[in-house]
Design a protein around this ligand. Sequence first.
Ligand code: IFM
Length: 430
Amino acid sequence: MTSFEPFDLPTELELGAATSATQIEGGDTGNSWFEWSTQPGRIADKTDTLRAADHWQRFAEDFALMAQLGIKHYRLSIEWSRIEPEPGNFNSAALASYRQQLTLLRELGIEPLVTLHHFSNPLWFERLGAFAKCRNLHYFIAYVSYIVRGLADLCSQYITINEPNVYAIMGYFAGTWPPGKHSVGLTLRVMRHLALCHIEAYRLIHEIYQDKPVKVGASHHLRIMEPYKPNPFNSAGIGLVSWIFQEQVVEAAMTGRFPFPIGYGAPLGRGRFYDFIGLNYYSRDCIRRFGKYNDPSRATNILGWEVYPEGLIEISRKLYNKYKAPIWITENGTCETDDNRRIDFIYQHLQAVTEAAVPIERYYYWSLIDNFEWAIGEQAPFGLIGVDFETQKREIKKSGYFFSEIIRNHGVTAAMIEKYQLAAPTQKQS
Ligand code: IFM
C-alpha cells in the first residue's frame, strides 16, 4: 500500500469534494446544532456553529476556488431550518439562495449532489422529538417534497440522509450530540425511522422527477470493525456489534427489509431503494475489551483515526457483492495539521479505489474546506482549502493542488510523486 507508484484511475471514476451546511454556512440560529453548540461543555474547543466558514455569504468565493482546482462534482447539503423555520412555513428566500448556489455551480461546470439531511434539524422539529417519534416523520417528507420540487430543474442527484447510524449513535447512544440521550432502544428506533424516511423520500423524489433522470441514495458511514485479538468468540462479538451499529440500517434503507433488532418484516414493502451505493469511509476500529485500540505500527490522524486504505477495498467489495450497484464514495478524507499527511492519505485511498475491482463511479473528498467538526469544533482541519475562522481568509493547501492534478491527469503520475515527495511510507505520527 505504501510504495508510491504512478497509477491511473478507473475510467468511470469521477472525483469531487463534499461539505455540509451546518459545518460551513454559519449564520443560522434555528437549528439543533446551534443550540447544542452554544451550551457549555458540548464542543471541545468551545466554538459554535454561528460563524463556521461563513459560506452562506461567501459561497461564490468558495465555488470559484473549487473551479480553479478543476473540481467537477460537489456534494453540499441543505439546512432544513432555513427552508422551514416553523412547521409548515416554508421560506422562499432561503430556497432562492440555494437555487442561486446551484445555478452558479452549473455555470462553473460543477455537478451538484444535494444532501437533504446532514445531522441538523430545525429546532422546532428537535423539540417535537425529531426522528425518535413516528408521528414526526411526515414533517421530513413534507420538507423533502418542498425542497426537491424547488430544485428539480437544477439538480438530478440526491442523498436523502447522511450517515443514519452515526446520527442515531452519537445522539441517542453516546449522547455526545443532540439530543444527548443514552438509550439502546431509542438508538434502534431512530435508525428504524431514518430508514423509513429514506425509503419514502426515495419514492417521492422519483415520483417528482417521473421520467426525468434522477439518482437517489443515502450515505452510509461504515468502518472496519475488528477484534484486536481475533478468535471465534471475539470475532462473533464484533460481528454482532458491527451488524447492530452499522449494517442493519443499510439493509433496511436499501431493501425495505427491516431485520431484528431494528425492526421486522417490510413495513413499506420490499424494493430496491437506491440508484447508487453511498459510502462514507474513514478508518478501522480495532476493539479491545470494549474500547478502541490502534495497531501501534499504523499511522493515525490527529483525531486518532487509523489510516487503513485496505478497508475501502474490503467494504466496497462487500457492498457491491450484496447490493450490485455502482458505488459512490460520498466521503473520504482525513483530519491533519500536517498537509503532507493528507496528500499521503489521498494517494493511498485513491490507489485502493483502483484495486477494488468493483464499479466505483464517484469519490468525494471530505472536505472541500476546513469546517466545524461537530463536537470537536473548529480545530479539526479536514479541508483541501484552509480557512482561518477569525479572518475567514481561504488558502488552497498543497493537498488541494495535489487533488487538482489527480483530476487533471486522472491518476497520479511519476512527476507528481516527485513533486509532492511521495517517497516514504506513511509513518506513525510522533
Ligand atoms: O465531518 C463529518 C461529516 O459531517 C460526516 N462524516 C464524517 C465527517 C468527519 O468526521
